[in-house]
Design a protein around this ligand. Structure first.
Ligand SMILES: NC(=O)c1ccc[n+]([C@@H]2O[C@H](COP(=O)([O-])OP(=O)(O)OC[C@H]3O[C@@H](n4cnc5c(N)ncnc54)[C@H](O)[C@@H]3O)[C@@H](O)[C@H]2O)c1
Ligand SMILES: O=C(O)[C@H](O)COP(=O)(O)O
Length: 527
């Protein structure tokens, strides 16, 4: 295996680079590049480690010929074009918990800053004004905090706010009543939250549903004097309506850590009364940065070196411990998927993937991903385990997974059945010595073959002399046979031959074999 290369393109705690080096990965730290500069160098790298500054656009991904993984040292992945990454087979992972406490603490800090006008009081005092009567604050004790979004960060904010003796109400369509009880908060609809909350804090991702959630209309519904904190994402609040609300006094204060356009260097909000801002500092503590740096470097190294997948946005998880055990199964799965794909002429409406014996105890998602990758790679070189399930869905392929507790003839078995217009067609394989993939069933006929390199698949009428004629035809074409596998249902019936050959079989040779008496079908295969 060649040494993988990772680029760290945003400012990151040095622990990340140290971990990559310790694990034998070459790492370059090149920050502050323009998109064109990044495009020019990204082709060299297998991994890209980022925070929120680097924009991983389709253009960058298109230039990233070797890229296998993008690791976000943080939570939000809105700076990564996930559909394009998935289409290119690039895993995108984040570190969903490493900076949550720190960000929740920043939200609480901003809430207090608003309640006591700390930035203005500080500026005035340091200007020698001593304006004791100007800065009249509010207590937070007994006030109602409205959380929009009660996920990881929202629930930490809730626990801190409850500790401050606030009442917490939350609007989050995915918050279950049980979880709300567990958190000690009240689940409400957005209108009720707006009506009741003295402070509002936002903790949702930016999606089509959350964009502009605090719109002009919703801000108008808020309780007069409400104070608003946003440490989640710019775009959740209508910034121009917020400015109008602050100027009219309907909104008592607003603290933004995040802006619609970042870096926000000339926001119209600057200078508005009771407005406080920080430059996207939510995750900026030593503790959080060390946490996310360690997590992202370990996760990316696990993927590049062992195939382990943790916290991926576009792929199911596969622990670094499971990965070595699953590796031979994934090789078998890919070969079976490829065999079905090469022999199916694209007429397949669905695939059923079954595991039996030891295989039935394994995490099936990566096995399914590998079957689909093998199946679809026949039509596209860029398919891999990451994008295969998405492409299968896009093509309307019906994929079923079945686990059988029973053990059959083999201690472990993987079976792939293609639903074709003429009925189901099944191939099955096992692992010899728990590591070597072997085909053991081909469309109802028992065979035993290693699917490797160039192969020739022949269906013929079982009759004396056929094998000799086939050998002669291949010999005359200068094709050496490596291995020879034969199977049949009954003597004199239909037989299949699977040959490994030392060089690819071209269409002229295929035509010659097709012309041999008793031959029904010939296909050149490649594994
Ligand atoms: N300022 C910073 O530096 C900083 C740091 C860390 C995270 N963040 C951002 O904070 C946000 C929240 O992070 P998290 O870790 O809590 O995420 P999370 O996924 O754990 O929680 C998000 C919550 O939002 C809820 N939600 C989704 N759609 C909603 C909708 N339409 N209305 C109401 N609620 C909805 C979800 O159900 C979920 O509970 C993310 O956008 C993240 O990028 C910012
Ligand atoms: O989503 C996140 O994790 C935060 O926005 C932090 O972003 P940062 O890593 O650029 O500070």
């Amino acid at each position: 295996m060649t040494q993988p290369k990772v680029l760290i393109s945003d400012k990151m705690d040095p622990t990340a680079a140290a971990i990559f080096r310790d694990r034998g990965i070459h790492v370059d730290e090149i920050t502050g590049k323009t998109p064109d500069e990044l495009k020019a160098i990204i082709g060299d790298y297998d991994g890209l480690a980022i925070r929120s500054s680097t924009k991983v656009t389709k253009e960058i991904l298109d230039a990233a010929a070797n890229l296998k993984v993008v690791g976000r040292a943080g939570i939000g992945v809105d700076n990564v074009d996930i559909p394009s990454a998935t289409a290119r087979g690039v895993v995108v992972m984040n570190t969903p918990f490493g900076n949550s406490i720190t960000t929740a603490e920043h939200a609480i800090a901003l809430m207090f800053a608003l309640a006591r006008q700390l930035p203005e009081a500080d500026a005035s005092t340091q200007a020698g004004k001593w304006e004791k009567n100007r800065f009249m604050g509010v207590e937070v004790t007994g006030k109602t905090l409205g959380l929009i979004g009660a996920g990881n960060i929202g629930s930490i904010v809730a626990s801190r706010a409850l500790g401050l003796r606030m009442k917490v109400v939350a609007y989050d369509p995915f918050l279950t009543p049980e979880r709300a009880i567990e958190l000690g908060i009240e689940k409400v609809e957005l209108d009720e939250l707006l009506r009741r909350a003295d402070f509002i804090t936002l903790h949702t991702p930016l999606t089509d549903q959350t964009r502009n959630i605090l719109s002009r209309e919703n801000l108008a519904k808020a309780k007069p004097g409400v104070r608003i904190v946003n440490c989640a994402r710019g775009g959740l609040i209508d910034e121009s309506a917020l400015k109008d609300g602050l100027e009219s006094g309907h909104i008592g204060g607003a603290a933004l850590d995040v802006f619609e356009t970042e870096p926000a260097k000339d926001s119209p909000l600057f200078g508005t009364p009771n407005f406080i801002s920080t430059p996207h500092l939510g995750a900026s503590t030593n503790e959080a940065q060390v946490n996310v740096a360690i997590q992202v470097a370990e996760q990316m190294s696990d993927y590049l070196l062992l195939g382990g997948v943790t916290n991926a946005i576009n792929m199911p998880s596969l622990s670094a411990e499971e990965a070595p055990r699953l590796k031979p199964y994934m090789a078998l799965a890919e070969k079976l998927g490829s065999l079905v794909g090469q022999l199916s002429h694209g007429n397949i409406a669905g695939l059923s993937i079954e595991t039996e014996g030891a295989a039935a105890e394994l995490n099936m998602k990566p096995i399914t991903g590998a079957v689909l990758a093998g199946f679809m790679r026949v039509h596209s070189d860029t398919v891999n385990m990451v994008n295969a399930p998405f492409l299968a869905k896009e093509r309307g392929l019906d994929v079923r997974e079945v686990r059988h507790d029973r053990e059959g003839d083999y201690h472990t078995l993987l079976r792939v059945t293609a639903e074709t217009k003429t009925g189901p067609r099944t191939v099955a394989g096992t692992l010899f010595g728990n590591s070597a993939p072997r085909l053991v069933e081909l469309f109802g006929i028992k065979v035993e073959a290693d699917l490797v390199g160039d192969m020739l698949y022949v269906v013929n009428e079982d009759a004396p002399g056929f094998i000799g004629r086939l050998g002669t035809a291949l010999g005359e074409a200068g094709i050496n046979i490596g291995t020879f596998h034969l199977g049949r249902v009954e003597a004199g019936g239909e037989a299949v031959l699977l040959l490994s050959v030392d060089e690819p079989v071209n269409s002229d040779v295929i035509a010659k074999v097709e012309a041999l008496p008793g031959v029904k079908l010939v296909r050149a295969l490649k594994f």
